[in-house]
Unconditional design. Structure first.
Length: 210
């Protein structure tokens, strides 16, 4: 389905077609697939293990009918993880960091500490920037594109870079023009604060439907 400009629509329409066939039989699972699907990732939750297990098994049945297998099931509840494995659902690989046994994963590109249930920020790509070269509008834009923040956790920080880009356009700088001294000073201050982002631990918000 991939390789043409209508691929996202075709994928969504195909999934929608199969969801509708099971709307009455599996109402909770179809609602989850209909509202919690982000391209090819499903992000949802449940009030307890039994509810989570039923929804996940029903969703697996629906997608198998579409010729698509749901993989890498993941949860902060280790009992649910073991139950999924027992039931034959493919769970997310259990990685560890620095032999500490800390299980990690990613949600929409955002690192998720599964055990302690918080999100962190990965800034490795930005920290590898070669600051010995002149900083240009092109480099500033590339830096903005390397920040993965689909939820908006970093908005107070990233908005500064967007305002800086706006100023570069107002001054009509070419892509490879070196930044003026005043803008470069602002950029350098922004860039110097990047390592602080790796210290952030953002607790995952849990809402009780009761």
């Amino acid at each position: 389905m991939f390789g043409v400009n209508v691929s996202p629509f075709l994928l969504s329409a195909t999934i929608k077609h199969h969801i509708e066939k099971y709307r009455e039989q599996y109402p909770a699972a179809t609602e989850m697939l209909d509202t919690c699907l982000y391209v090819d990732d499903v992000i949802s939750g449940a009030d307890d293990i039994s509810q989570a297990l039923k929804i996940s098994k029903d969703a697996d049945t629906i997608m198998k009918d579409a010729g698509r297998k749901l993989r890498k099931w993941n949860s902060n509840d280790q009992t649910l993880m073991k139950t999924w494995e027992y039931e034959g659902l493919e769970t997310h690989p259990r990685h560890s960091e620095n032999n500490s046994g800390v299980q990690s994963s990613k949600v929409l590109g955002i690192p998720w500490n599964v055990i302690h249930d918080y999100f962190t920020i990965d800034v490795k790509g930005l920290l590898e920037l070669d600051t010995s070269k002149p900083v240009t509008k092109r480099i500033v834009l590339q830096s903005a594109g390397k920040i993965c923040d689909p939820v908006g956790f970093l908005s107070p920080y990233t908005i500064q870079l967007k305002c800086l880009l706006q100023e570069l356009w107002l001054r009509k700088l070419a892509w490879d023009d070196e930044l003026p001294p005043d803008i470069y000073a602002t950029w350098l201050q922004w860039w110097s604060e990047l390592p602080l982002l790796s210290e952030l631990k953002i607790p995952r918000m849990i809402l009780d439907s009761k």
